[in-house]
Design a protein around this ligand. Structure first.
Ligand code: AMP
Length: 349
């Protein structure tokens, strides 16, 4: 991983009045550009030729400038640095580039060390445990004694996950057993709260030395598990699969906000201890069961695509901001505060 000193040296060479916000045209890029523009920043979109018409199609969210690349696996780091750009990480930037985000010599919003914890299942496990979250039990194949979800290696986003109930079913149905995880299948309602942690923010829930804001909340729509009632009702039986197709808003009982904030606070404070903190957006993926207990099965250490529902703010951000505040805009507002308070080094690595 490239050192913080190296990145901060590069950041110091930037003209602070001309900082631009850049990201890869994918995942939550429209929201990031839209929000950056609302805060007065110029934007750069790293785009492949085939996607260019999509990002040109939305006048209020198209970036001011495009850098066209052959593949989003190739991030034009030197070009970006020459243009005074801060790179905003999102799901596609974490998954696809040839060079890991941690190794890119370009200022990245947030703490790039968190991305390593997001990618590794064992580091994620340590993080969730230290955060004090209830987590699903993990099984070895021969110990399976209840419904379990088998998550394949690296494949995030639910693709290829299988639910099995016995060791025999596991060995029969799971043929690629490299780097898989077998997790207790959680029964309940999934909720994905979108947090924003600011080390110098003034509003929100106290966490560590800063404040934790609840920006919005969604739940995912996944094929085919989320439409099973329809297929079953016409007597078509399919194996549930969990590939994300989209997102829907969800608001939860106000009495449960206390547990939601405690989960977010635990994650932010454990991040402080484990890898020096996690300024910026993150999401704790939760299942709430019939006893109203919350179990966490994953943390996303950056903006999640569920925030795309709320480009003009949400039913939670309305209680914090007078203006329409998306997570994308909140990122830009934080960079703006970082510049004016001379604290960019606290939120960029
Ligand atoms: P993930 O890749 O961990 O974000 O999971 C993708 C999807 O699989 C989630 O959005 C859930 O619908 C489902 N899922 C993951 N882990 C569990 C679990 N332990 N119990 C039930 N469903 C899960």
């Amino acid at each position: 991983m490239i050192t913080k000193q190296e990145i901060h040296k590069l950041l110091e060479s930037y003209d602070q009045k001309k900082i631009k916000i850049a990201t890869v045209c994918s995942h939550s890029a429209l929201q990031i550009f839209h929000g950056a523009r609302a805060e007065g920043f110029k934007t750069i979109g790293i785009v492949t030729k085939d996607k260019l018409p999509i990002y040109e199609a939305f006048p209020n969210a198209r970036p001011d400038e495009f850098i066209v690349v052959d593949s989003i696996a190739d991030i034009p780091i030197d070009d970006l640095a020459a243009k005074n750009a801060i790179l905003i990480p999102h799901g596609s930037l974490v998954e696809y580039p040839k060079l890991r985000a941690e190794d890119m010599k370009i200022p990245i919003f947030g703490n790039r060390a968190s991305l390593r914890f997001e990618r590794s299942r064992s580091l994620m496990f340590d993080w969730m445990t230290q955060a004090g979250l209830k987590i699903p039990k993990i099984f070895k194949p021969d110990e399976i004694d209840r419904p379990c979800i088998v998550k394949s290696a690296g494949a995030k986003g639910g693709y290829g996950y299988k639910v099995v109930k016995t060791p025999e079913e596991f060995y029969r149905r799971v043929t690629d057993r490299n780097d898989i995880i077998i997790q207790e299948y959680l029964v309940g309602i999934r909720v994905y709260p979108h947090f924003f942690y600011s080390p110098f923010g003034k509003i929100g829930y106290p966490a560590g030395k800063g404040k934790l804001e609840l920006m919005s909340m969604d739940r995912r729509v996944e094929t085919n598990v989320d439409e099973l009632y329809r297929t079953m009702s016409v007597d078509v039986w399919v194996d549930p699969t969990f590939r994300i197709v989209g997102n829907e808003p969800i608001v939860i009982r106000e009495s449960m906000l206390s547990d939601i904030f405690k989960a977010g606070k635990g994650v932010a404070e454990a991040a402080d201890k484990l890898f020096g903190g996690m300024p910026g957006p993150f999401c704790v993926e939760l299942v709430i069961n019939d006893e109203l207990e919350m179990y966490a099965f994953e943390i996303s250490a950056r903006i999640v695509a569920g925030t795309n529902i709320f480009p003009t703010g949400s039913f939670y951000s309305a209680y914090s901001y007078e203006m329409p505040m998306s997570t994308g805009r909140r990122i830009a507002a934080e960079i703006k505060s970082g510049i004016s308070l001379s604290k960019l080094d606290k939120i960029i690595y």
